[in-house]
Write a protein that binds this ligand. Structure first.
Ligand code: 4AD
Ligand code: MG
Length: 454
């Protein structure tokens, strides 16, 4: 028999003779003459209520099954006389697959702390909150693909194993087949250093300069030893790269992508977003709707510094021209000053990566960061330096050898074109969409310093 998802059963137009649902019992209540089961199958936030009459085969099959048990219920979908749901199932037959011992099953009805649930990440997708978070994660991912497809971008897959350090920040995980003590790089698998990618950008640039518009959407690794609520050692990044585009085109793209995903999630994940609005972050829904109502702000870095200097806030990191913005500054700008996302552009070249295009003032680069309320930096990107001589100069200034970048420089030697791209941290976007304040809670199995369970 065909299985029906609870999301479809609950939105049925009319009663049905017989359906089969498969899921986990959230609760069981025994009343006089029958038992109530609340079943959740992960397809939506809502449970489907099942009535199991005493003295039936179904009731016998239910046995001792209780909270946490995996089971299949077959029966009629009928209008529910109870409040809160339109439909319920009158069980005709039940098959219990796996029981969950109430003495040891950790997810009993009470509410658990996020910290505790992180220690049982393998079970937490069976709670309302994490089920909702991971459904939103999925839907937001589809929205990203939808957006780029509509805009004519090709989805490209850049390598996870790489010999280059895109960001030049040296926060890379090394990959080796050498045993500890074996020292010669020659004997290593690739006969050279290999790292997990910190960004697919350099390869995405190569592909953009052939396919025109591309994006990557995949895992990224950074060995930053920063135990913050916004950094993970493994996270997903979305990196579009456009040929024949400048910084203004890039800001347009960043804003429209962000709006598209927010709009899509508001439309397609209503119940899940409402859960977060009610229990995790009161005001979330209004805030998300507010984000769509107004255009994002755009200001040059120099103006951002002026705003910060003129504020009467005592920042932990004092504000000076030339400094990198800290989270407290980013949040002040987005949350308090503008009260909406703000794109800051034209940063001093000293604090940005070598590949960013130098502006005519020779002091700043055509970089942009999108800062959003409650999170800070959501997106970082730039127009790329497409002039061979300027790029070589920057590589030498970093104390590196241009020859090591031969293929990246070839892109400037042969048919170079202005191009631009950015990286959007997918988990940070999910934090914005759910109001969840710790990145560990928007990733099913988060990796952070010292944490590699599961
Ligand atoms: O600003 P970042 O370092 O930019 C780059 O990697 C560029 N190569 C991207 C490009 O132009 N193609 O990182 C981009 C975004 C950040 O704005 C942030 O949202 C996210 O990636 N991010 C992290 N998210 C979670 N955990 C971390 N450790 C992150 N580091 C960066
Ligand atoms: Mg950045």
């Amino acid at each position: 028999m065909q299985r029906t998802l609870i999301i479809d059963a609950l939105s049925a137009e009319k009663a049905q003779q017989e359906i089969m649902i498969c899921g986990w019992a959230r609760t069981r209540r025994d009343a006089k003459g029958f038992s109530f089961l609340e079943i959740n199958d992960g397809s939506c936030l809502a449970n489907l209520q099942c009535i199991v009459d005493e003295g039936t085969e179904a009731h016998a099959a239910l046995g001792e099954a209780n909270t946490g048990a995996a089971l299949t219920v077959t029966g009629a979908l009928v209008p529910s006389p109870g409040k809160g749901q339109k439909w319920e199932v009158r069980a005709k037959s039940i098959r219990v697959f796996g029981l969950a011992d109430p003495q040891t099953f950790p997810l009993q009805k009470k509410r658990h702390s996020d910290e505790f649930l992180r220690t049982i990440a393998h079970l937490r997708s069976r709670t309302n909150k994490y089920g909702a978070a991971f459904r939103i994660r999925s839907e937001a991912g589809w929205a990203v693909h939808d957006f780029f497809r509509q805009e004519g971008f090709a989805w490209v897959h850049t390598p996870v194993l790489t010999g280059s350090d895109c960001e030049g920040a040296g926060e890379m995980f090394r990959v080796t087949t050498l045993a500890p003590g074996e020292k010669s790089l020659e004997e290593d698998f690739f006969s050279r250093r290999c790292n997990l990618t910190v960004s697919g950008q350099l390869e995405a640039e190569a592909l953009a300069l052939g396919l025109g518009r591309v994006y990557t959407f995949g895992p990224t690794f950074r060995a930053e030893n920063s135990n913050t609520p916004r950094h993970a050692a493994e996270f997903w990044m979305i990196e579009p790269e456009m040929a024949f585009a400048d910084l203004t085109d890039l800001m347009e793209l960043a804003e429209s992508l962000t709006r598209h995903v927010i709009g899509h999630v508001l439309e397609h994940c209503q119940a899940d977003v409402r859960l977060f609005d009610a229990f995790v972050d009161k005001g979330l829904l209004a805030r998300l709707q507010g984000l769509l109502a107004k255009p994002f702000a755009r200001i040059p870095y120099a103006e951002a510094i002026r705003i910060l200097e003129d504020s009467d806030r005592a920042f932990a990191f004092p504000v000076t021209f030339g400094m990198d913005l800290q989270t407290e500054h980013e949040r002040y700008l987005a949350e308090e000053h503008f009260q909406r996302p703000v794109i800051v552009y034209d940063y001093p070249k000293e604090i940005k990566a070598f590949y960013m295009r130098c502006n005519d003032d020779n002091e700043t680069v055509a970089a942009m960061d999108m800062l959003v309320p409650r999170i800070g930096e959501l997106i970082g990107g730039s127009q790329r330096e497409e002039r061979l001589d300027r790029l070589c100069e920057r590589i030498r200034e970093m104390g590196q050898n241009p020859e090591d970048y031969w293929w990246y420089l070839d892109l400037r030697r042969f048919g170079s074109a202005p191009h631009a791209g950015f990286g959007l941290g997918f988990e940070r976007l999910l934090m914005l969409l759910t109001g969840i304040t710790n990145i560990r809670d928007v990733i099913p199995f988060p990796r952070t310093p010292g944490n590699l369970e599961f």
